[in-house]
Design a protein around this ligand. Structure first.
Ligand SMILES: NC(=O)c1ccc[n+]([C@@H]2O[C@H](COP(=O)([O-])OP(=O)(O)OC[C@H]3O[C@@H](n4cnc5c(N)ncnc54)[C@H](OP(=O)(O)O)[C@@H]3O)[C@@H](O)[C@H]2O)c1
Length: 347
């Protein structure tokens, strides 16, 4: 590993990708245990994110978490083709994309995946996720009170039709693995019963203030890898995704104290904790210095067992990405999306 950070914004550093911890999926495939998120939270442009992808690849990142709804796959595709032209082999990269909620019909899943592949300029994806289990459309950037007129709850038979389209993509060789996102234990139990090709990953919100211990354990016990989104507590998420109850893991006094002890940013403490706990964080950043620090954080100088226990005790069950726009009828609360009493919320 070489690291040479000089002057404001100038970063000249590289970490050997072989030093980055890997997760082994049930197929035997290996996925880097940290990826770069690519959702610009409505304020970072597609071109800036493409630059972030190129910088990340130079630093040693090999895992990129994309989605059609982020509206930047064409620009990221340009970046990835430059990365590959620079000598990084396609086999070394782990690229995820996701089908958006208004594309759950069989033929729409297929077309959406083909479009993501064309935009990303790839012949296959390593992982393709069903972004949310609700097939509900809402316009990008809309207020959390917006409801689609055709909104539906989770209907398992419909989800399995979407899943059959996902399985077909594996059979056609367009995607190597398929997975779920924003799921709950009761929904996953049904999917695991009925899937012909099991989900390899569940992508879920995970940070020190929202550790989801039961779902985390369930995912791992059932042969899936937990990929953790918003691992820093999404400090720059859109204003519409803030509520007065929200807390910030990177401002937690315990995290601040551990950061000071190690001489690192509190964000990097969150990343170290995530990787050591066994999830795969996908922090977003458009700042080369932060992109590099996050990767450096997962190599060497681990948190102590005591520090891991201290962070484990910080869970506040504080979900930041609540998903209000997916509610399907009047009078509901966002908690209804998350099956809190262990059963799928009735229609
Ligand atoms: N499956 C889903 O439904 C879902 C939902 C949400 C997110 N995601 C995925 O998860 C990714 C990450 O989540 P997120 O973007 O919500 O939040 P996040 O990764 O928790 O936070 C990102 C923010 O943290 C800042 N940051 C990053 N590294 C830092 C560092 N070392 N020091 C200080 N600040 C730092 C970044 O600002 P700078 O740019 O200034 O560094 C950025 O604005 C997304 O980009 C997306 O790929 C998936």
């Amino acid at each position: 590993m070489q690291a040479n950070i000089t002057g404001e914004g100038t970063v000249s550093s590289r970490i050997d990708p072989a030093l980055i911890p890997q997760r082994t999926l049930y197929t035997g495939a290996r996925m880097p245990a940290i990826g770069l998120g690519t959702f610009g939270s409505d304020h970072v442009t597609a071109d800036q994110i493409a630059e972030a992808v190129k910088a990340a690849a130079r630093f040693g990142y090999r895992h990129f978490d994309c989605a059609s709804v982020y509206g930047n796959e064409a620009e990221i595709g340009g970046a990835l083709s430059e990365v590959i032209a620079s000598g990084v082999k396609r086999e070394e990269l782990w690229v995820t994309s996701k089908v958006w909620n208004d594309k759950h019909a069989f033929e729409d899943v297929t077309a959406s995946c083909e479009k993501s592949l064309a935009d990303l300029r790839l012949s296959y994806l390593n992982l393709y996720l069903v972004h949310w289990p609700f097939p509900n459309f809402h316009p990008p950037g809309c207020d959390v009170t917006a409801r689609g007129k055709d909104s539906k709850p989770y209907i398992h038979a419909d989800y399995m039709k979407t899943w059959a389209a996902m399985e077909e993509l594996v059979k056609r060789g367009l995607v190597r693995h398929i997975g779920t996102s924003n799921m709950t234990i009761p929904k996953l139990k049904l999917v695991l019963e009925d899937a012909k090709i099991r989900p390899a990953v569940n992508e879920m919100e995970l940070h020190p203030h929202f550790q989801q211990p039961e779902l985390f354990a369930f995912v791992r016990a059932n042969g899936m890898e937990p990929v953790g989104y918003s691992p820093l507590g999404s400090p720059h998420r859109p204003e519409r995704d803030h509520t007065p109850e929200d807390t910030s893991p990177t401002e937690d006094p315990v995290i601040l104290r551990i950061a000071e002890r190690h001489g690192i940013h509190p964000a990097v403490v969150c990343i170290k904790w995530a990787v050591q706990r066994g999830q795969t964080p996908i922090p977003f950043s458009a700042n080369p210095r932060n992109i590099f620090s996050n990767l450096l954080g997962v190599t060497g100088d681990p948190l102590t067992d005591k520090e891991m226990r201290e962070i484990g005790a910080l869970d506040r069950n504080c979900r930041l990405i609540k998903g209000q726009v997916f509610l399907w009828k009047e009078g509901q609360e966002w908690e209804d999306l998350w099956d809190l009493n262990g059963e799928i919320t009735p229609a």
